[in-house]
Design a binder for this molecule. Sequence first.
Ligand code: PLP
Length: 444
Amino acid sequence: MLSHVAKARQAQKLAGLLQQCTRGLAHAIPSDADTPLQAVQADYSYTPAGRNHLFVPGPVNIHDRVLRAMNVPGQNHRDPWFAAFFKDVLADSKYVFQTQAGTPFIFSGTGTGGWEAALTNTLSPGDKIVTFRYGQFSHLWIDMMQRMGLDVTVIDRPWGEGADEAILQDILAKDKDKKIKAVAVVHNETTTGVTSDIKGVRAAMDAASHPALLLVDGVSSIGALEFKFDDWRVDVAVTGSQKALSLPTGLALVCASDKALDHMKTAKLPRCYYDFADQLKTNPAGSTPYTPSLSMLYGLKESIAMLKAEGMDNVVARHHRLAEGTRKAVEGWGLELLCAHPRWRSDSLTVIKTPQGIDSNKIVKHAYSRYNLSIGIGLSQVNGKVFRIGHLGNMDELMMCSAISGAEMAMIDSGMKIKPGSGIGPAIQYWQETAKVIPTREVV
Ligand code: PLP
């Protein structure tokens, strides 16, 4: 039987031959030496035993319970059963945002669509908005703001730092005529593993007595890290289903304050699919303006039921413990985090710098090709310099052990001087020492 590499080479040769036949050069059969494998798509038809160990910071692992809940036949969302079901899902969504006062919206879409909803429902062309750029996602949101014709003030921070409240306060304090309409912040920058302090941002806005709206990207924080929509007086918050909610990609969840809904009445940015007004006309009666993704809604209901059963404080504490163990591993390897200051360290993911001369893409490739482990590459300006281990969503410490062991092996494969066990050792020691009995598993 041919190996998979041999199969890929054979396919490549055939493709080459075909090309040459069409050029009338059928006699020139290429040799292995002149057919570099990377030029063709590798053969991924073989599924290895075990499982794909998924540790990118979204999409994340989906719990069996959620998978089962989504496995439903087609149904008609205009039949009478839907209204009560959808009203329940909307009410449950408030738990995710930790809000009583906010109005949740559920769109088929992704986090990027949630960004669009936040901006178009609250702002008009030419409106002034202030925001920070400290990674690829804050950069992309800024790009959207600019393409929409907003007047954007960008506070650039080094990639590895978070929102600097003092700079923001200064800008807002100088805006005597209150021309700035919104402040936008990416809570957890998934490029760098940095969590900004939204409570601190709100305090800076209050200290400057500024009435701007507070728009927050909580795509990789909400449902994993502390997030208090009401307490922090967030005006629009956005998340995506494939992150801490541990669902497939496909829903953008957005929550709006009454103040944001007031702004909607005069906001002039063009909007259609993501118009809150269309949802407000239909959602209260348990209906939607267009076809909802039913299996995603079933999954969302189950996922929120699991979050509620665990309790949000426990969910946040679990993420902290998983992150702490991962950081122990990084310390054990003698490596550094990209996040410069402990105040900003993310509990959703850990972003690890590789030493000079080591291409982090190689580590990610070895992890996938040898150990069936998916970890995150460095994005944009930190590509090749960092790799990312996600620990958000449906995750526990033994799952994390596979990520840390696999990353350790892949780093050794990539030529790094890492002592086997130097990272996984401290991690398991930390998790063992801080372990608690799982509620409902108490030995009697
Ligand atoms: N914001 C953050 C912080 C993200 O991590 C991502 C995606 O990873 C996005 C926004 C964009 O979300 P999506 O890819 O679901 O459109």
